[in-house]
Write a new protein. Structure first.
Length: 196
């Protein structure tokens, strides 16, 4: 909320007046609502937890924000070269084919393609570019041992802890359909396998 009286006395040296050259609105002194820039820096995140590794992320359960199972990552012993992402109703959502070169397919989002095309390494080798439809998103390591995904805005991040991997996504990222692509990217990036 912006202080509606901040525009008054802008010619005088006043702490409540906006500073010249500043595009920041002056926060309201009324109410306990957070200042808009705080909201922009910290969008609410939906947390998805990869857990129950058997023995790796290639066989695990993904819990949703409410703690209930949302997806399963399955690598059948009879088909060790394939990992399937399944919804809890048993529907196959995505497929990873581990034979070299590794390939990935996400129903409705990404046709079958080499992982090196879906998660291509940047020219300087510092990050990966996830291609979904005609859009590109960067998976960029940050200073806190997590990897953030975004383009012109922040979409989410993955991080590893003891016994679990966490994928945090903005509500907007889930709404526009990036969840499955980010789940598959997490499996690929945390698998420990050669994906290039």
């Amino acid at each position: 909320m912006v202080n509606p009286y901040a525009v008054w006395n802008t010619t005088q040296s006043n702490e409540m007046a906006p500073h010249r050259g500043s595009s920041q609105p002056v926060p309201s002194i009324y109410g306990a609502l957070p200042f808009p820039s705080q909201l922009a820096d910290n969008p609410p995140l939906m947390v998805f937890t990869f857990t129950g590794f058997n023995p790796t992320i290639a066989n695990c359960t993904i819990l949703g924000p409410n703690g209930s199972p949302q997806f399963g990552v399955v690598t059948e012993p009879a088909l060790p070269g394939y990992t399937i992402l399944k919804s809890m109703n048993g529907k196959s959502v995505a497929l990873i084919e581990w034979r070299e070169p590794a390939k990935v397919e996400i129903r409705g989002l990404a046709p079958k393609q080499p992982v090196s095309s879906f998660l291509k390494v940047s020219s300087d080798g510092r990050y990966r570019i996830m291609v979904v439809g005609s859009q590109e998103f960067m998976w960029l390591p940050d200073h806190s041992a997590s990897i953030s995904v975004g383009n012109s805005e922040f979409w989410g991040r993955m991080s590893r802890s003891v016994g679990a991997i966490t994928l945090e996504m903005t509500q907007n990222a889930v709404r526009v359909g990036l969840l499955q692509a980010c789940i598959i990217s997490t499996v690929l990036l945390q698998s420990g396998r050669n994906i290039d």
